[in-house]
Design a protein around this ligand. Sequence first.
Ligand code: ADP
Ligand code: MG
Length: 698
Amino acid sequence: MRSYFDTPVEFIKGVGPQRAELLKSELGIHTFRDMILYYPFRYEDRSRFYTIKEVNPEMPAVQVKGRIRKVDVIGHRRSKRLVAVIADDSGEMELVWFKGVQWMLKKVMVGVEYVVFGKATRYGNKINIAHPEIEPVTGENTQFVPHLQPVYSTTEKLRNKYLDSKALVKIQRNLVPEAAKRYPEYIPAEVLEHYKLMGINDALLHIHFPHNPEFLAKARYRLKFEEFFYIQLKLLTLKLVRTEKFKGEIFGDTKLLTEFYEKHLPFELTEAQKRVIREIYNDMKSGHQMNRLLQGDVGSGKTIVAFLSMLLVVGSGSQAVMMAPTEILAIQHYHGLKEHAEKVGIRIALLTGSTKNSEKKIIRQMLAEGDLNMVVGTHALIEDKVKFKKLGIAVVDEQHRFGVAQRSKLWQKTKDYYPHVLVMTATPIPRTLAMTLYGDLDVSVIDELPKGRKPIKTLHRYDANRLKVNQFLRTEIEKGGQVYVVYPLIEESEKMDLKDLMDGYESVSRAFPDYPLSIVHGKMNSEAKDFEMQRFVKGETKIMVATTVIEVGVDVPNASVMVIENAERFGLAQLHQLRGRVGRGADQSYCILISKYELSKDARTRLETMVRTTNGFEIADVDLQLRGPGDLAGTQQSGVVELQLADLSKDGKILQVAREAAIDLLNRDPDLSGESSRALKHFMDNKMKSAVVWSKVS
Ligand code: ADP
Ligand code: MG
């Protein structure tokens, strides 16, 4: 039996087959359910008329009532416009149309009284409203309307077919009052009560036709809460299921680990690193599959934590894989880990897209037969049909670069048990986002930098200061430091950017003829990249001119200055990542942001934020405010964030409450089998179906 809410939208009064087609193709609205869940995106105050004297440009769109005194067509051709003067008892103002002049000329009659709605602007010393809505006064439109008018977004095509917001309002009026009453409540009564949430029937009514702003606020809160609540339930259930059902290999042989720890550990671990390693070891001894997110700001020392985790696995006879988002980073990890690994007799290999086929074949065979203990690579690792003899742990570095599907491929590799998964990320993620994107993972945080690090000094300089900057670089190099100079490379204009880079390279080599330079960019093959990187790592070159390929993870402790050219073109997360390439040694490090003089407001905020703070979480928050969550790395591919009303950058508090509520409910009723959770359970089971793909993630 088809439920009421599955009824095709054409059966709403005033829709019919033709409009239904349009609603489907343009807005994806197929059913009654789709329609009632199509919320207004803003509201207009039609609850009163303002007097013309009251109207000012500071107000949102307002409604006035008055008589037309005069109608004129002024100007010629492009500047031709219709100007009507409207007056009430308090005064008069102008209404202006630049388009549809002929049409409006027929519509606007001198001496007739109209209801006018629009946003006022100041033009010289006069107030006018351009392109207002205008209707002759009737009984209907002058009745006191006791509520806010919903405004629905439509499309160009819909508007051309007379399906504008007003038409949608009419349609909703024919649906919502009845449908809102019938809509099932999924949230258990005790949750509604405890969190003082408006019931679904009222919420749906008031989100479309709020009686007053207070009801609207309550409706919005409830509907936002619900969006977060379902996501959190999904994530937390996933975690519960995994912890119970997914067996993980138990790794407990610490001989190799102890040997490395006692004889070869290159530095004393920070307390935070030690704590995190304990958390990871506990997971790996538990018999359950580990799914852990390791968060730590750039430079906090995640790599060694990963290595020590891999070491426990290898020491117990299984294999370990580490996956990096770029070839450069994979190569670097390979070199770094190899140095550690060889000290304790571990066999390790590198596998990337540009590994020679003959070599790949050998590596694959060795992995399948268990002759290799560790492998480091890029996504080539998962794209190729790599088989492990016994994969015990998969480490995913800088995970935001990986799509969700890619991660899931990694751990599906093993048949009878699940390899432990450690996801590392340095891009500081605001808490709200982390709760949503990684709400199903356990989280470890390295919240401490290794001792002796001096905070990086960040400066913002304009192009015109370049000579001074160069002088400064020279003194730094003479003191024994090394310098990065980074140019943006944005894919759409790759050719031009490459030219920028080459020009930059030229001018750097002209400014520093006596120093050997390295250059690295994405168009070079991996051998060339590696060669240039190694020259820089060994200190043979003093300046590294590069694109953002060096953004993530690259570690050259001797490099002490990061110059970022065209800094205004970079996002905050990227700037922070780039800056993280320096400040890794004991010397004072610098980050110099070079930009043009005229900057957009957002660009200026970004650069100022960078100068003000090195705290990744603070930077992440500013980033979220500036860009909104949709743009932040990871949210789009994740498919997790399907928020309609709720906004991760603004509704953090609601999210927090919703997560609490979900945890609370699952504590009481882990499988939602209780009487009051029946509707919720049913709803979640259906919703879960679409979540299968990402449930395999991490
Ligand atoms: P990230 O967390 O950004 O991946 P890395 O693992 O690359 O950081 O570490 C940054 C630098 O700090 C490396 O040169 C690393 O060898 C060094 N390092 C890591 N942990 C410590 C520590 N406890 N004491 C001193 N140096 C450390
Ligand atoms: Mg790293």
